[in-house]
Design a protein around this ligand. Structure first.
Ligand code: ADP
Ligand code: MG
Ligand code: MG
Length: 320
């Protein structure tokens, strides 16, 4: 331990995308880099948040059924990624889930608490019919990207992938500033770069960032800890936004096929090189449930997952 030099570690915290953002960075230039990384998340929030009336995503939604909207390349990139995951998960992950999220009242965090009871079956059915990722149109022409929704009443909701995407982009900002050791946490979607800065208690150099996976039923407990020196881990769970009604819990991850909150799993953490992919996959596995969720991860190159089912049994699976 005596060999360790103290590297100044910078910590910055903020609030964006309806959640807490944390940046940890070490080394020369870490202060400016961490500030720039936080600003990057805020900037992407302004592009991707459907509840911000000035965002390109809000513009796409306002034009649903009426035509295409020219958007910044990054919005096209997130939509492309989201549609790719939608196809590969058979629509378990669906970036057009907005009507169902709204029917259930799990809209913007800023809009307050969710309602205290499920919507009517008719309201769910009506919303479900406006959810269809195959009706998203995306065109590229030179540098211009245009996105449109084929039917009126449809709306994009990138909430299941945007936090992960922002973590990736914020990490890229840190890298571009020359930081060699950093962690970005956007509401539980975590991307890391390099090794955790050594502390006096370390036995040896070169340990990875240790990330605790929150216990879904004990806010102060952990399911396990993962160690990362590259890539990302994203978690989705039934314990963040929910309400209880007649003894059952209803949460914010909606199965687009049934129109009801997903059942079978209470928490899913996915490890992947890309935080955006990990984020979307975590949502998809929650929706698919234990059996089909495990099958998806087993065939997803570079993915690993930790699933917690309703009886709190923990299963680890790995892709090829
Ligand atoms: P968590 O908030 O637990 O981290 P996610 O990262 O998966 O969960 O994001 C949750 C958000 O994903 C919801 O608020 C909603 O906007 C969106 N969402 C809900 N169901 C789906 C779905 N089936 N496909 C894609 N996005 C979804
Ligand atoms: Mg997600
Ligand atoms: Mg998440």
């Amino acid at each position: 331990a005596a060999a360790h030099q103290d590297v100044p570690v910078v910590r910055r915290a903020g609030f964006a995308m309806g959640t807490f953002v944390q940046v940890v960075a070490a080394g020369a230039g870490a202060q400016a880099a961490a500030d720039a990384a936080l600003e990057e998340v805020a900037r992407l929030d302004r592009l991707l948040n459907r509840f911000d009336a000035t965002s390109p995503v809000a513009a796409i939604n306002a034009q649903a059924g009426r035509g295409m909207v020219e958007v910044p390349a990054e919005v096209g990139e997130v939509v492309t990624l989201a549609l790719d995951v939608a196809r590969r998960t058979g629509g378990a992950f669906d970036p057009t889930v907005a009507p169902l999220v709204d029917a259930w009242g799990f809209g913007a965090v800023e809009r307050g608490e969710p309602p205290s009871r499920p919507p009517s079956p008719q309201a769910i059915e009506e919303a479900r019919q406006r959810v269809d990722y195959t009706a998203v149109r995306l065109e590229r022409e030179g540098d211009a990207v245009r996105v449109g929704l084929a039917r009126a009443g449809m709306a994009l909701d990138l909430g299941g992938i945007a936090k992960g995407y922002a973590a990736d982009r914020a990490l890229a900002v840190l890298r571009a500033h020359g930081v060699s050791s950093a962690l970005v946490d956007v509401g539980g979607e975590i991307a890391v770069l390099g090794r955790r800065p050594a502390t006096a208690s370390d036995r040896e150099d070169g340990e990875g960032w240790r990330v605790g996976i929150q216990h879904p039923r004990d806010p102060r407990g952990l399911v396990t800890t993962v160690e990362l020196t590259t890539g990302a881990v994203a978690t989705s769970g039934d314990y963040e936004r929910l309400f209880e009604w007649e003894g059952r819990r209803y949460h914010h991850l909606i199965d687009p096929r049934t129109g009801w909150p997903a059942t079978g799993l209470v928490s899913v953490s996915v490890l992947h090189e890309s935080a955006a992919v990990a984020d979307a996959l975590a949502t998809a596995v929650m929706v698919l449930g234990p059996r089909r969720g495990q099958a998806l991860v087993r065939e997803w190159p570079g993915a690993q997952a930790i699933l917690v089912d309703e009886s709190l049994r923990v299963t680890r699976v790995q892709g090829p």
